[in-house]
Write a protein that binds this ligand. Structure first.
Ligand code: AP5
Ligand code: ZN
Length: 217
């Protein structure tokens, strides 16, 4: 099964991706996590991406498309994968189509902008695994520490309010048009058109997980 989770920054893509990945045994492919790993490792890609990410902009389509094409060739993707944070521009979605990568489901997790700002200020992450927590809504068992490794949690550099607002603007301008893109694909009767579903992303993590599972089952 091949799934795209679409949604604004902070909509809960990473949180839900972790749960779906466990349930269906398919890997989560988060371009954000891959880029953060590259920044941390100081690779040439990381050096190019660092400033753009900290400012809340988008890394170039060419770099992202190359990164994803290489990733999906790995053997753990043989039974499918879950894209989290990709595609996020029309050229990225077109590149997938042109490469013949068919997608079964596009699921949009819908959360209003005001809610996003509050969510992201309380987010804490385990850098090595990408596991995500929230100080109030999804708290770790031990404050400030990852549930599985016990290692310290950190705040992302792009979670400051000003940068979050910039990321939201970028989302509305460049990523939200993908809704129309995928809906048109289905309306045109394209045989590779995925099933498009929008779910309400406000509510408990568990209630959203249930909505996602009912779409995918
Ligand atoms: P990326 O890492 O993809 O960030 P994003 O899309 O901005 O999304 P987030 O990770 O912020 O949010 P999320 O939806 O995963 O929410 P989460 O589950 O963490 O990208 C980062 C940067 O990399 C981009 O800005 C760009 O520069 C670059 N980049 C990445 N991909 C790219 C691409 N394809 N092209 C170009 N550039 C790219 O949840 C958020 C918080 O809310 C957490 O604290 C969580 O615990 C909490 N929460 C989750 N669910 C709920 C709930 N139901 N109720 C209350 N709180 C909740
Ligand atoms: Zn994420």
């Amino acid at each position: 099964m091949r799934v795209i989770l679409l949604g604004a920054p902070g909509a809960g893509k990473g949180t839900q991706a972790q749960l779906i990945m466990e349930k269906f045994g398919i890997p989560q492919i988060s371009t954000g996590d891959m880029l953060r790993a590259a920044v941390k490792a100081g690779t040439p890609l990381g050096l190019q991406a660092k400033g753009i990410m900290e400012a809340g902009g988008l890394v170039s389509d060419d770099l992202i498309i190359a990164l994803v094409k290489e990733r999906i060739l790995q053997s753990d993707c043989n039974n499918g994968f879950l894209f989290d944070g990709f595609p996020r521009t029309i050229p990225q979605a077109e590149a997938l189509l042109e490469a013949g990568v068919s997608i079964d489901h596009v699921i949009e997790i819908d959360v209003a902008d005001e809610e996003i700002v509050a969510r992201l200020s309380g987010r804490r992450v385990h850098e090595a695994s990408g596991r995500v927590y929230h100080i109030l809504h999804n708290a770790p068992k031990v404050e400030g520490h990852d549930d599985i490794t016990g290692e310290p949690l950190v705040q992302r550099l792009d979670d400051h309010e000003e940068t979050v607002r910039k990321r939201l603007n970028v989302y509305h301008a460049q990523t939200k048009p993908l809704v129309g893109f995928y809906q048109n694909l289905a309306a045109e009767g394209n045989k590779n058109a995925p099933v498009y579903t929008r779910i309400n992303g406000v509510g408990s993590v568990d209630s959203i997980r249930k909505q996602l599972l009912s779409v995918l089952s």
